[in-house]
Design a protein around this ligand. Structure first.
Ligand code: HPA
Length: 238
């Protein structure tokens, strides 16, 4: 069975799927890091590939931008394709002055201004959190590479061009950085009883206004990918 958004056959995805936002980045990851990568989905250009990394079967598929988009693709990966683990590999804008450009930040939790969790009809506010085993593994893999990653809350916002201009207010509650997908991914994982983690490279800072030049994005992106792929390898051993 396929879906309106995913033409992959049953069994086409590995148990662990890496999700960048950008389809071209999905292709880059497949071509750069995976052996024998095969294109398994290309509906709406949302490229998905399955290949091997250090002998372990791994998939990579784009999420698109924003909560509705990752909401659809991650739901289908968990429920239709029986995927166990989704690791988002994205970029984020620093809200905390403690974060520097190129830092690889791990989302322990995700605040949001989205109404996504309203669908569950809960009598309160759901707190979307990372799977602890994935988070613990990712921190260990990063430390092995000599990286001490900042770990904490991200803000998953529905709005990139925020008229109110009050995004930095989240910093007063210790929120580290802003992106646009993690809260939905963590909600979907919780609902499906599966695992999810977001790892982001800090590409810009709302505090200082700095931005990574495109050429430099690649270096820190490579580090983040090596962490995420390292997690996939560790998971296969468990
Ligand atoms: N806002 C939202 N998402 C982002 C940003 C940002 O400033 N930077 C990287 N992803």
């Amino acid at each position: 069975m396929s879906t309106p958004h995913n033409e992959a056959l049953q069994g086409a995805f590995a148990k662990t799927v890496l999700m960048p936002g950008d389809p071209l980045r999905a292709r880059f990851i497949a071509e750069t890091f995976l052996q024998d990568a095969e294109l398994v989905n290309n509906v709406r250009g949302i490229q998905g590939y399955t290949g091997r990394y250090q002998g372990v079967s791994v998939s990579v598929m784009a999420s698109g931008m924003g909560i509705p988009s990752i909401g659809i693709y991650s739901h289908e990966l968990f429920h239709v394709y029986d995927v166990d683990n989704i690791i988002r590999v994205g970029s984020a804008g620093a809200i905390s002055p403690k974060l520097k450009l190129r830092d690889v930040v791990m989302a322990q939790g995700a605040c949001t201004d989205s109404n996504y969790a309203h669908q569950y009809g809960l009598p309160g506010t759901f707190a979307p959190i990372a799977d602890f085993m994935l988070l613990e593994t990712a921190v260990a893999v990063a430390r092995r590479m000599g990286i001490e990653p900042p770990v904490g809350n991200l803000l998953s916002s529905d709005v990139f061009y925020n008229k109110a201009g009050n995004t930095l207010d989240w910093g007063a509650m210790g929120v580290l950085a802003i992106e646009m997908e993690t809260a939905a991914l963590y909600c979907n994982a919780a609902e499906a009883g599966r695992r999810a983690l977001t790892i982001c490279t800090v590409s810009d800072s709302l505090v200082t206004g700095e931005e990574l030049p495109p050429a430099e994005r690649q270096t820190s992106f490579t580090q983040m990918m090596e962490i995420a792929l390292g997690v996939a390898v560790e998971l296969a051993k468990k």
